[in-house]
Design a protein around this ligand. Sequence first.
Ligand code: COA
Length: 275
Amino acid sequence: MSSEKDVVKYVIENKIAWVSYNRPEKRNCMSPKVNRRMMEILDELEYNDEVGVVVLTGEGEAFSAGMDLKEYFIETEKDGLAGTRKAQGEAYGWWKRLRNFYKPTIAMVNGWCFGGAYGPLFACDLAFTTKDAQFGLSEINWGILPGGGATKVVVESMNFRNAMYHAMTGENIDGVKAAEWGLVNEAHDADKLKERVAEVCNILLEKNPVALQATKEAVRKVSEMTYSNAEEYLVKAQEAANYFDNTGRKEGIKQFIYEKTYKPGLGAYNKDIKR
Ligand code: COA
């Protein structure tokens, strides 16, 4: 039996933290142990200076087969409502933490992705998958509604008809269709997936981290606002970002207007120049 720590693993390489569900024999389904360990790992990574981007993926042939039907549902129900609520709190807790994570996050969906796994999928800012990965809201197939936010994820990502079809039929879609429907950004051949994700990580690593954090937060927040509220929020959000780092913006302007060393329309300024 795997220890609490083994159920998730991570390695940090060149500022990228590759975090993997590590229960391939159980198709990386999410048990309370997994959920607790994920929260600890997010704690370990969020303000670690060695980390600029976090990638979430799975060992073996699955990204994650969703909630662990035995350990997450059956075994926690033995403690009544208290057990159920505790398990929900642990799962939803780290997904929320991931949605609000200080650094950019990417889901690298390498295979099966079901039900509850839509929570962390959506919590990641970007998502890339293999063409033949399978995505499904299988809940309807075993007699429940897509809970744990999964229904909200498809309504946020897909158009109404596709979301409804996906939730009601429990039919899987492959990575290509998941990209077409907006559940992920791109689908790639399996042998090219990691390379593409690393490339995107490196694009993000070139950006000003304070601006990047403010941007990812803004994209999530404004989707729930009227235009007018969003306009005001964005003014305040930029002012708050300036409080944390006002040099970035000045440096960006200086390198373009006076030094002519880059063009913002074609790439990022050099944030490593310190004056
Ligand atoms: N909860 C608990 N156990 C799970 C699981 C889950 N969500 N998904 C897989 N497993 C277990 C299986 O019971 C099996 O355990 P065993 O070796 O002790 O018998 C093991 O993981 C391997 O699964 P198996 O079904 O044999 O793998 P497969 O490659 O043939 O099929 C899936 C893969 C993902 C299609 C299939 O496992 C599946 O349908 N899982 C459930 C998906 C689901 O409905 N998730 C939604 C939960 S919200």
